[in-house]
Write a protein that binds this ligand. Sequence first.
Ligand SMILES: *Cc1c(COP(=O)(O)O)cnc(C)c1O
Length: 860
Amino acid sequence: MENKNVTDSAERESNICAACEEDAVNTESTPAEKAEEKPVFDKELFKRSILYNVMNMYRKNLEEATPQQIFQAASYSIKDRVIGNWMNTQKAYEKEDPKMVYYMSMEFLMGRALGNNMINLEAYQGAKEVLEELGLDINVIEDQEPDAALGNGGLGRLAACFLDSLATLGYPAYGCGIRYRYGMFKQEIRDGFQVEVPDNWLAEGNPFELRRPEYAKVVKFGGHVSVRCDENGRNHFVQEGYQAVRAIPYDLPIVGYGNGIVNTLRIWDAESMGGFQLDSFDKGDYSKAVEQENLARNLVDVLYPNDNHYAGKELRLKQQYFFISASVQEAVEKYMRKHDDIHRFPEKVTFQLNDTHPTVAIPELMRILLDEYNLGWDEAWDITTRTCAYTNHTIMAEALEKWPIDLFSRLLPRIYQIVEEINRRFVQQIEEKYAHVYNVNVQEKIRKMAILYDGQVKMAHMAIVAGYSVNGVARLHTEILKSEELRDFYEMFPERFNNKTNGITQRRFLLHGNPLLAQWVTEKVGDSWITDLPQISGLKKLADDAEAQKEFMEIKYQNKLRLAKYIKEHNDIEVDPNSIFDVQVKRLHEYKRQLMNILHVMHLYNELKAHPDMEFFPRTFIFGAKAAAGYRNAKLTIKLINTVADVVNNDASIKGKIKVVFIENYNVSNAEIIFAAADVSEQISTASKEASGTGNMKFMLNGAITLGTLDGANVEIVEEVGRENAFIFGLSSNEVIHFENNGGYDPMQIFNTDADIRKVVNQLIDGTYSADKELFRPLYNSLLNTLSTNRADTYFILKDFKSYAEAQKKVEAAYRDRSGWAKSAILNVACSGKFTSDRTIQQYVDEIWHLDKVTLQQNG
Ligand SMILES: *Cc1c(COP(=O)(O)O)cnc(C)c1O
């Protein structure tokens, strides 16, 4: 089936090009100028293109078209600008044959494409003006686009930021992922509870995607492996009786900023083989044919909505092997189209595995090399281990991927054989290393390190054993990996371990998301920060300047007004833009401690009720968070936040001094508006639990001040901006780890001695907030543990509460000093240079991937 949009687009382009040829010639610069000048955005061409597209696609004039139709028309116009660069880039890769990174990730949290593509084409201002001339507001048009929410949170957004930086720096790269038909669910709040609504993001079509059936692949599941010995005595392994699925790639353009580079995010859709095509072994097996149809039908339907949590669902493993097998097959085929020696594959290709989810790439590459290229084990292993590198994203036990062997071997019989052999050789290596080492219990080492143990396949172990690089995502995280969770592996392969502190793209999270601040920064230090964020440090010299402080605070105020308007429209709550906007937006997880935040709000409310005339600077506490659909305590915390909001927001006696807002359906596009408006950035995870965090960096870039623990990248943020420009509290990671290694701590002691804490904890179950006193009992129990086998207050909420409340007092005092606050906020922006994903990507390139930049002769 041909994709209708692709054909339309090609027709349209030829028509427009013909119509505009003359203008193009008229505005052509001389060759000498052309080498210097960047191609400017042609507003007239864009205007005519939109009008043409509206007519061609919908048989309408602009006045008749709906905003959605205008969004579609504008997107195709922008896509026309992108296509030429995309072809150029791919041609340059074809010609120069550079080494490529394949960034393998189950998640790409891309958000919207139109605004970002206009930004990176340096066409945003021009497009905005054209739309204005047509009587349209660019924000309204952008709002028509559904987010590509093919990810849960930080891990998926990191992948999206990395693609932006790779294209902007001019590095050859593919993103490889899954084209989920339903992305991350839409969150609705009904009666204070989260309700998950399907996200049918493709309902109106995706204007930027390109279906590429010519690169379709077959992926095989199940069946069994038979061995045939050839005349040379070599064994051949053949998978038989399998079910097959056809993987069809869709390509999305990844536009580099102002450099003409367009890379590709390739996401795979699953289609049935069609016509009941079966392996010859199973011809005539009707029920098998039906099963095969069914396998394809729901394979890529949904993204699993678990963040930092392993669920162990069979369909999830199928998704993993599906997109990995297709991607690895394509990488090998692409390489072999230009080369004849598979042994040199690692010179041209590297696979970066974003967490353990894509780890089957290791045995899949081995399978192709062994079974299809007939290499020996050692040769295949050498190639594989020079190709694959692994990024670790978490140290929490409940997030570690461990597949039951029976499930794994039934679904992937040939892959499992290869894993067995990888494991057998690795166990042998452990024995050789430790057999004669004094004081080392070899069986204990094997128990802790083997890939196969206790009936499970341990994906992280496989990724470390076969990866030439193992990296953590912030300095503290990498150090904890080396000294705690992966200590045995670090001892065995110290040279593999390295740190790559995460980053974010300033193009989306400042230039697009906060145009007022972006413009101000450019006025002060020039626009080089857009591709060289450390240049933003030029703002430091203005931090003490009263005029600059005033301007900065006025921009923050305007952004708070924008968010207040959003809140009024979406929540029907009035918030005071002069109050402190105190924001915690991120996935709902117990380790992130939204519960501590809302307990503190309850405490402040108690204080205000008890002392109505106490000094109190008005605060707006803003939350945004999705909870995994099956995560009871997370969902209850959402209900608690909304319940507290209802009580506090409607209590006239506190005169609006506290407002609590829960923003529904936190996602990338509303995140951009939220970061821009934040005064306080809540980064309050239990120390040692947040591997890096990236939300913390987006807030900093937008001039919010961090209120946080010394966890993840907060440590490095504080190092850059200075401890005096952040509010740090709570246990250190060493203290937390020490408690954990010694049986935890006793929250009852705190509960019994601290009256403020006792009061708020009791309010969870005494009817203050809920007539149903049992509603929040599980949260109460999670803190004090009266029944379960779990330890009490695993996340040290009561332990850190006092220190948190004191830090919050300091926040209030600091905010009263407007000039001092502005200075700190400006310094946060000025010191955010380290946290660009451009820096992160450059480090991956220099220390792991070793890629060369590709440059283009731009021809507009
Ligand atoms: C940046 C981002 C995240 C990650 O936030 P953390 O605070 O680092 O957990 C999650 N979701 C969205 C939409 C984001 O933009």
